[in-house]
Design a binder for this molecule. Structure first.
Ligand code: C2E
Ligand code: CA
Ligand code: CA
Length: 540
């Protein structure tokens, strides 16, 4: 049976497969963006540090050059020399001569600014004689870096470097606006760009990279937030999301296609649909009293009448319907349809019987009794007309349960027949144990009774047994007139087979009933070919 789990497996697999690329892409993208932005941020911190080092090294070189040239006084020529050096050294804001008292004696700009305040202590750079100061300039309210070249005669020549020289491009990177901070050897802030990034960030959203200058004791830190970098990369994300969604939809569609295909090809689904559409119909194979020539009744054999009129035999679907649990509904449907088909005709012929085939499983389930009771309780078919066939080919799991169900069915008034006797595994002992009313001798024994001594013996034993236990015997698959004669000679009264008729559609069977089991109202019906066949067999 196709369980719900198996049925919905393709859907689950489809959702999984469709969702997988989305989830995988999203994960990959997140990781990729973070990695990319980290790399870029670190690169910018390193680049900024390299640039600061380069500028300060050039300023130090300019100061060394002035010292070497003896430009150490405030004479007009020396101030002119300072101006030229400041002019060609782009990072320098101002060059000045510092006295032995540490105060500025003169500068190249001629600006008279309030004296700068030292922030932290002077730092000896890795360059000989070059000191680094972080100053606060009260007039412009800015911190700046000053390099001082100590002079042998005392005092120094100094260059002021603007903080904005330290952060030209680092603040704007692909990841978004980064916070860039440059701090001095004592941790004093020299530059702080995009401070909002840090001020507004959640701590878990923030990440920073850092670079240090060994030569000048400075530190650059570049910070950013994950949310900002994600939004900056939203275009990449959108393109990726759209393409992976399209891919997901494609996979989902493909799985739906596969599922429809597999369901269309799934016989269980096909049979269930056919059953709900009433395409399974009962055919009736006549059972004849071969002593009197009278009609005893019929065995219901299912046929699948497809919408195009094609008739399908049970061999190609009964087994599957037994496996997937549809057999129960099929049996009930055939029983109800039989009530409609033959009920009126049988109602005025109470001696006629109708047999239904049940599976061994149905015979082990007490519910079967209730189902049969409710189907036939108000039908024109009486329980005494119903025969239920249990095949000997399927071995019952529990003989005691089967025995119980058989007994309950007999209490209802039904008869129980053991089908295909001699072909199963249980042998004669099961016939005795189960307490059936009828035994049906399989076609195999009927075919071989003339040539095979074993078959003849088995038939003889069954006839004796049936007589002793008060059971009826039906011979199945009788195809020739000689077989009818021989069966009668061996004491068998009832037979069914192609010699009389195959399983007939309801209307044909009803015509036969009317023809050979006359009622006043059926007198006008012409004897059919079937009746002629039966009469011929009887006279043989
Ligand atoms: P079965 O119950 O033994 O039914 C007798 C089978 O032998 C039927 O085949 C019938 O058409 C065939 N038959 C009858 N007379 C002759 C004959 O003279 N010569 C030959 N060669 N065959 C003959 P069918 O209708 O194909 O059914 C095959 C089997 O399918 C049945 O065997 C029965 O086991 C199962 N079946 C049919 N209808 C139902 C049903 O409603 N429920 C269940 N559970 N099984 C069913
Ligand atoms: Ca049967
Ligand atoms: Ca049979």
């Amino acid at each position: 049976m196709r369980t719900p789990v198996k049925k919905y497996l393709p859907i689950a697999a489809g959702i999984l497969l469709a969702g997988l690329p989305l989830a995988a892409f999203s994960l990959w993208l997140d990781g990729n963006i973070e990695q990319k932005v980290r790399f870029e941020t670190q690169l910018n911190a390193d680049r900024t540090m390299t640039m600061i080092n380069g500028r300060l090294t050039r300023v130090a070189a300019a100061l060394n050059d002035l010292a070497a040239r003896g430009i150490t006084t405030c004479s007009p020529e020396h101030i002119e020399a300072l101006r030229k050096t400041a002019f060609v050294t782009s990072a320098i804001k101002e060059l000045s001569i510092i006295g032995t008292d540490g105060k500025q004696s003169c500068n190249d700009t001629g600006l008279q600014l309030a004296p700068p305040q030292m922030v932290g202590s002077a730092y000896q750079t890795k360059l000989p004689n070059i000191m680094l100061d972080v100053l606060h300039l009260p007039d412009v309210n800015q911190n700046m870096v000053r390099l001082r070249r100590r002079l042998t005669e005392g005092g120094s020549v100094a260059g002021l470097v603007a903080a904005d020289m330290f952060v030209p491009i680092a603040a704007n990177v692909a990841a978004g606006n980064s916070n860039v901070r440059v701090t001095g050897p004592d941790g004093a802030a020299i530059a702080n760009v995009n401070g909002k990034v840090i001020a507004e960030a959640r701590p878990d959203d923030l990440f920073s990279t850092m670079a240090e200058s060994e030569g000048f004791g400075l530190r650059v830190s570049v910070s950013n937030t994950r949310s900002q970098m994600a939004s900056k990369n939203s275009e990449v994300r959108t393109v990726g999301f759209v393409s992976s969604t399209i891919f997901g939809i494609f996979i989902l569609g493909f799985m739906a296609f596969l599922m429809r295909k597999s369901q269309r090809g799934d016989p269980s689904t096909e049979f269930a649909v056919a059953l709900s559409r009433g395409e399974f119909v009962p055919f009736y194979q006549p059972i004849i009293d071969i002593v009197t020539g009278k009609l005893i009744g019929a065995e219901v054999l299912v046929r699948w009448r497809k919408p195009d009129g094609k008739i399908v035999m049970p061999g190609s679907f009964i087994h599957v319907m037994e496996q997937n649990g549809l057999i129960r509904d099929l049996t009930h449907h055939l029983m109800r349809q039989s009530c409609i088909d033959i009920g009126p005709s049988y109602a005025c012929r109470p001696h006629l019987r109708v047999s239904f085939n049940l599976t061994a499983e149905q015979f082990e389930d007490e519910a079967t009794v209730g189902e049969i009771r409710s189907i036939f309780a108000k039908s024109p078919l009486k329980f005494s007309q119903i025969v239920l066939e249990l095949t000997e080919r399927q071995e019952p799991k529990s003989f005691s349960k089967t025995r119980q169900v058989i007994a309950s069915l007999q209490v209802l008034g039904c008869k129980v027949g053991l089908d295909d006797v001699g072909t199963g595994h249980s042998g004669l002992s099961s016939i005795l144990k189960l307490g059936v009313d009828i035994i049906k001798i399989d076609k195999m024994f009927v075919d071989s009774m003339d040539d095979d001594r074993n078959s003849a013996t088995i038939i003889g034993t069954l006839v004796d047994l049936a007589r002793k236990l008060g059971m009826d015997i039906v011979a199945e698959g009788v195809e020739r007139f000689e077989q009818v004669t021989e069966l009668r000679r061996r004491g068998i009264r009832m037979a069914q087979g192609f010699v009389f008729a195959p399983a007939l559609p309801a209307q044909a069977f009803l015509q036969l009933v009317d023809a050979i089991t006359p009622q006043q109202e059926a007198a006008a019906v012409q004897p059919s070919q079937l009746q002629a066949g039966i009469l011929r067999a009887m006279s043989a």
